[in-house]
Design a binder for this molecule. Structure first.
Ligand code: AHG
Ligand code: MN
Ligand code: MN
Length: 337
């Protein structure tokens, strides 16, 4: 029987190789444990009353589902006491989440989208959790402020996501490639199943919410129209389309078999800057995709180079197979010029 490598063994290897500190290892283990707990609740669903509306709104004015609230609580509670964090930030919380004063503080900032793909909860389609880790630039005795979080994505020390689907998987980078782990539901714990995931340079599959076509900018309309013309159009080849409406699941497909994922700027979201959130959706996914050999831009600039202005800032996102991302980006820059 092939040897099973646990997440813990993998992380100890990364620590011994000097790629992560002991505290960052603890942080990643705690996030994995929280994902296991969220996954358990997700899989029980209606049996534990986890489906449906929470009856509240988050900071972004979006109706919260019960699982948005539950996942947020699980992540906050799991991470507050270990001494590895200086503070946290969550999609579901307006301001910085401080570490309670009864616990020691550490060097890291953790940001997360506790439950990604909320519209899929009640229909039993794959959802997930996305997270990003930054270093706290402040002295340890100070409470971090929002400004301490506003670092470009290329500063991320680690990024990843969990998917709650047919299996629960954890996908991770600490800056040395992308690695995925599958939860053993009977034995407990994540097992190393997908070393060094890569995104092929070329693809014939794209993901976009095409119902927004009339709101897109001209370069995006041109790109998608060309794909839809298939082998009869300028691309001379047929393209397939998929849209799950859970970023984790769509990005996981791109990481697994290639593709391009897009949530571009459109007239509906222009005032907000885009649909997806920079700091806990776009940045961690951009780091993962780049680490896997792909590319991630807004259509105009590299996502990881954006200097954030706000914790809950939104951005257009175009990521995946490099050749396609470069083409979409070139269409935008040509139009601008
Ligand atoms: P969240 O559930 O955290 O609010 O994020 C949902 C996001 C993302 O996962 C997905 O790609 C996108 O919203 C789907 O948007 P549409 O419903 O406009 O397709
Ligand atoms: Mn999300
Ligand atoms: Mn969410």
């Amino acid at each position: 029987m092939p040897q099973r490598i646990s997440l813990t063994q993998f992380l100890i290897g990364e620590q011994r190789a000097g790629r992560i500190s002991a505290d960052l290892r603890l942080l990643l283990e705690v996030v994995a444990r929280a994902a296991e707990a969220i996954g358990a609740t997700v899989s029980k669903g209606a049996l534990v009353g986890a489906l449906g509306e929470a009856g509240t709104e988050n900071v972004q004015g979006e109706a919260q589902k019960k699982l948005d609230v539950i996942a947020n609580e699980i992540l906050l509670q799991a991470n507050e006491w270990g001494g590895h964090l200086a503070a946290m930030a969550s999609e579901e919380v307006e301001t910085v989440c401080q570490i309670p004063s009864d616990y020691p503080k550490g060097d890291y900032l953790l940001l997360f989208d506790p439950l990604d793909g909320s519209s899929n909860i009640d229909v039993n389609v794959t959802i997930g959790t996305i997270f990003s880790v930054l270093r706290n630039p402040q002295a340890k005795d100070k409470n971090p402020t929002e400004a301490d979080f506003l670092q470009p994505g290329h500063n991320q020390l680690a990024a990843g996501y969990a998917t709650y689907g047919p299996s629960t998987q954890l996908v991770l980078t600490v800056g040395n490639g992308v690695h995925a782990f599958t939860l053993d539901r009977e034995m407990g714990g994540f097992i190393y199943t997908h070393p060094f995931m890569t995104v092929p340079v070329e693809t014939r599959e794209y993901a976009i919410n095409a119902s927004n076509v009339r709101y897109w900018e001209a370069p995006m309309q041109r790109y998608i129209a060309e794909l839809q013309q298939g082998k009869d159009g300028p691309r001379g080849s047929d393209f397939n389309m998929r849209w799950i409406a859970s970023m984790v699941a769509d990005v996981h497909r791109v990481l697994t078999r290639g593709g391009i994922f897009m949530y571009p700027l459109d007239e509906k979201c222009r005032a907000k800057g885009g649909k997806l959130r920079l700091m806990y959706e776009a940045n961690p996914m951009a780091m993962l995709i780049e680490q896997a050999g792909g590319a991630a831009t807004t259509g105009r600039e590299r996502i990881l180079d954006i200097v954030p202005e706000r914790l809950h800032q939104r951005v257009p996102v175009i990521l995946g197979s490099r050749a396609e991302v470069e083409r979409v980006t070139a269409y935008h820059l040509d139009t601008d010029a």
